[in-house]
Design a protein around this ligand. Structure first.
Ligand SMILES: [Zn+2]
Ligand SMILES: [Zn+2]
Length: 185
């Protein structure tokens, strides 16, 4: 894990309701990506820590930039995005008490470790979670020409391939001829 994502709780008072604001700008790691979308540049976090009985509640907004490849035309699309984040980080003894009480979700909770919290999983899940499965430059993107590979959006509406059309015709003639021969035999 990267220290850039660790936030110290040293200056946050444990009294319930105590608040501490923080800002961070962190270079986007390679792991903040899917097959077709990745995060580029810096991830900026504007957040607040708040002491609650179970631990520390983190809230904030995250600004980041993604670079996606259109699944149809392969054009690269850069997008500036903002997401809200919320996560409760438990004091280890509170999480343990939850586990012992039989709460199965207690196994998965975020923990306060050595008086710090790690916001990397929170940010990664949030950012990767909003990435589209099939990124498109435009929902009506017509994709690529199957013959020449040109971007149909950049080509004239009547874009077509005469030679290809003629070859098809020649192939059709051959098929017709073979069919006729078959019938004749
Ligand atoms: Zn496209
Ligand atoms: Zn073409």
């Amino acid at each position: 894990m990267s220290d850039a994502f660790r936030i110290s709780l040293a200056d946050l008072r444990r009294q319930e309701g105590s608040r501490l604001e923080f800002v961070r700008s962190i270079p986007a790691p390679d792991t903040f990506a899917t097959a077709l979308v990745r995060t580029i540049g810096d991830i900026s976090v504007d957040g607040a820590l708040q002491s609650v009985s179970e631990g520390v509640l983190v809230t904030g907004t995250v600004d980041y930039t993604t670079l996606a490849e259109c699944a149809r035309c392969l054009r690269e699309v850069e997008e500036d995005l903002t997401s809200d984040v919320t996560e409760l980080y438990f004091y280890p003894n509170r999480a343990k008490a939850l586990q012992e009480s039989g709460d199965e979700e207690a196994e998965e909770v975020a923990l306060i470790e050595d008086d710090t919290i790690d916001i990397e999983p929170l940010l990664r899940d949030t950012i990767v979670g909003q990435m589209p499965f099939i990124p498109l430059c435009d929902e009506n993107c017509p994709g690529l020409c199957a013959v020449c590979g040109g971007r149909l959006a950049d080509l004239p509406d009547d874009h077509a391939h005469e030679e290809e059309f003629q070859e098809m015709t020649a192939l059709d003639e051959l098929r017709a001829k073979l069919a006729a021969e078959e019938q004749g035999s």
